[in-house]
Ligand binder design. Structure first.
Ligand code: HEM
Length: 452
């Protein structure tokens, strides 16, 4: 069987939760309002049976805690047709094997490392600024997620891999999206679905995955920038060479890179793009960010200590992830029978934790649809109810790179806004596409204005 055929077999499985939920989520400009209405009407535990597939939608914070923390071992990772994107990387595993794979990589994400990474984040931001200076001159319209995705990938390559990005991110990430779009909406393969402006085939998706498979070898083969000793890539290579972890083979290393280049870039990029949208709509917030940057690091390059002092800018990033959590739903599969709130969960059920719903619930947030970074500062922030805010998931499987992504995005937002005024020129309000990630329907179009 050739590679393309293997990929096709894994596309749009009938049993996919995404396929099951898609008919529910078609239509309105923000389909997640439908799930919010269901949560309002039917409560914290909502079993849905569609196409012979039982999916239990959880909407209450105490149930999130049960699945992610208290009974974490009974609710295992579930990956649908995403395996071709993530391979056998740690994000897909459970139990002892997951731990064995995560352990050697964990030190790369310790907060003590951030100071080392910041010069590389800044270098990637400078490259983006050079590009934006040209865009400001030409006045052309750009799609912001594409812009921020390039930046996020450049930051990861430079800081964590000690490499200049050896691939064309626009091309590669378009391929990944092609795959997930086909996988999420099986019906796209058969006919054009209302609201979707593309039609793709299984062959397109299979080709896209072949491009994706070629990326990690390019990263390994590229020349190191500085031969740094402490990088994530080195830790991965050391794990491959370590005879005490035979499971960590060369294929594992390849798949770990795929994982970082997708899970660590699209999410970060979406957050920054939505933050630029919100600050374009709220010029007083953009002005406060500029003033904060001026006061904290002025004309020199920001350091790790400066990052800690950029409280308002960081609050903008946190508020953006509340309104637009890139991972709007966490998925698990029940390994055992359980009862939650009097409702039966059967082994094999897919369990969907509706994070977006908690982020937008008036029970937990004053004026939940309003963009209010202030809610993350001072006493207001301390009153938060646990598990009502989970952009990075929760429990032992929470995001390994969450804290680092906040450093990347806080610095990028501060520096970019001090030099530019990105003007939003897209549809208002932007539509929401809820697939594996929460993305703006048709993108976020901007024109870049230079402030200098
Ligand atoms: C705004 C940025 C980010 C968001 C919103 C985000 C979100 C998440 C979420 C929700 C999970 C848990 C999924 C689940 O429980 O099913 C996760 C896991 C993960 N994330 Fe992130 N992430 C971000 C940035 C990053 C970065 C920068 C990296 C690395 C460079 C990264 C690497 C990972 C990995 C490897 C896992 C799997 C951890 C494990 O299973 O042990 N993420 N992320």
């Amino acid at each position: 069987m050739n590679a393309a055929h293997t990929h096709i077999q894994q596309l749009g499985e009938e049993s996919s939760v995404w396929f099951t939920l898609t008919p529910l989520l078609k239509g309105p400009s923000n389909p997640l309002t439908i799930l919010m209405q269901m949560a309002d009407r039917y409560g914290g535990v909502i079993p849905v049976t569609m196409a012979n597939q039982r999916v239990v939608l959880l909407t209450a914070p105490e149930h999130f805690k049960r699945v992610l923390v208290t009974k974490a071992d009974d609710y295992i990772k579930y990956f649908d047709g995403l395996k071709p994107i993530f391979g056998k990387s740690m994000i897909t595993h459970d139990g002892a094997l997951w731990q064995k794979i995560r352990m050697p990589q964990q030190p790369a994400f310790h907060p003590d490392m951030f100071a080392e990474y910041i010069p590389y984040f800044l270098s990637a931001i400078r490259t983006k600024m050079d590009m934006w200076a040209k865009l400001a001159q030409s006045g052309e319209t750009v799609e912001m997620v594409e812009q921020t995705w390039t930046l996020a990938a450049d930051m990861i390559c430079k800081a964590l891999f000690d490499r200049d990005m050896p691939f064309n991110p626009h091309f590669v990430f378009k391929c990944v999206k092609t795959y997930t779009d086909v996988m999420n909406h099986k019906s796209i393969r058969l006919k054009k679905v209302a609201g979707e402006e593309f039609e793709m085939s299984e062959q397109d998706a299979a080709k896209a995955m072949d491009v994706w498979a070629g990326v990690p070898p390019e990263v390994f083969a590229a020349d190191p920038r500085e031969l740094r000793e402490r990088t994530l890539l080195k830790m991965i290579e050391d794990a491959v060479a370590d005879p005490t972890i035979p499971e960590f083979d060369q294929q594992q290393a390849v798949d770990e890179l795929k994982q970082y280049l997708w899970a660590g870039t699209e999410t970060t990029a979406l957050t920054l793009a939505w933050a630029l949208y919100e600050t374009a709509k709220n010029p007083e917030a953009a002005e406060r960010i500029r003033k904060e940057g001026e006061a904290v690091y002025g004309d020199r390059e920001p350091t790790a200590a400066d990052y800690s002092a950029l409280a308002y800018t960081r609050a903008v990033i946190q508020e953006t992830m509340r309104l637009y959590p890139p991972i709007w739903m966490l998925l698990r599969q029940a390994a055992k029978d359980d009862v939650i709130d009097g409702k039966e969960i059967r082994a094999g059920d897919k369990v969907a934790l509706f994070a977006y719903g908690a982020h937008h619930n008036a029970k937990y947030w004053t004026d939940p649809e309003a963009f209010m970074p202030e809610r993350w500062i001072g006493d207001a922030a301390k009153k938060r109810i646990p598990y009502t805010y989970l952009p990075f998931g929760g429990g032992k499987r929470s995001c390994i790179g969450g804290a680092m992504s906040q450093v990347e995005n806080t610095l990028a937002l501060s520096i970019l806004l001090r030099r530019f005024r990105p003007e939003y020129v897209g549809t208002e309000p932007p539509g929401i596409n809820a697939t594996v990630t929460l993305t703006p329907k048709g993108g976020l179009n901007f024109r870049i204005r230079d402030l200098s």
